[in-house]
Design a protein around this ligand. Sequence first.
Ligand code: M6R
Length: 367
Amino acid sequence: EKGGYDHFMLKEIFEQPITIADSLRGRLMANEAQIILSGIDDIKDKLMAARRVIIVACGTSWHAGLVAEYVIEELCRINVEVEYASEFRYRNPIIDSDDVIFAISQSGETADTLVALERAKEQGATIFGIVNVVGSSIARISHAGCYTHAGPEIGVASTKAYTAQLAVLMMIALKVAKDKGTISEERFGNLCHELNQIPEKVQWVLDNEVDNIKAIAYKYKDAHDMLFLGRGYNFPTALEGALKLKEISYIHAEGYPAAEMKHGPIALVDDQLPVVFIASKDAYHEKIVSNIQEIKARKGMVISVVSEGDEITPNISNDVMRVPNVDEVIAPLLTVVPLQLLSYYIGVYRGLDVDKPRNLAKSVTVE
Ligand code: M6R
């Protein structure tokens, strides 16, 4: 049932070219520059009139929500708030019937998310579910939605469910932007094309980078702490990389926006601290290069996720993990893959049960 892989987590990481394609299938028509999402059509009037979208989720699904905040605000010019379900449900949030809530959940059974949605629904909000498990509780209480189609995810660490969530959220952002007229025809067409190419670009990483990532994992497997830093669209990727590492390897890790480092965390940097930079080519690339130099100046060990063909970042990094070039908006779908592999191999080299890390359950149905 693991299809020849040692663990479900590895199988699920390797399935991503297929699962992402499954999420896009029948929805993204890149050649015709068209996106069909009937769930979004169902709430179109609400969405067009909404003052804001509130995203409610936990864990990795919350990270997908954070990516969506960056993408929806940029492309659709709609205000987005991303909420931890556990906080949202208890703090008596201000919700009204104009609000549209995007609920993101792999299992569709996460207790905090479910209760937060029930409360918001009582107050008149429109609930849109982005859920993997068909017929799950969150899918059922949603007014409309869009399944992620990643297939069953067995490993406790979310991998293919996350990239499927991102694929769906990207399509939603693109479709709404087109409907609202906040994106040019040309940019829309280009981003559809870029999104359509993601399965083969993920495949490229799996075909070309695994041996390199294994060697990096072996080198850093005994670290006590790691920092993950990214900016812009890749800031949530830093958080996700850190969460994956914590779960699978029990190494303490933190994700931060790269520029926040100098407001505190830089005090941690010494020659024992590996710092992972998500440094794929984007509008902030020069800035992240200077953040890398700040770490190097303090003798930190730098592992960078870089775009193929980048000749600058590898020279100032101790180790690099390469990804194909990709538009910055779509990049989170790709840059997370080396981080999933890094955590997986570090967990394996530490002799841990990567499919069932201690203290964790696949779905958290208690608060
Ligand atoms: O099923 P859900 O997406 O609602 O689960 C949310 C989190 O419990 C989940 O993403 C958790 O953080 C994963 N173990 C992360 O790998």
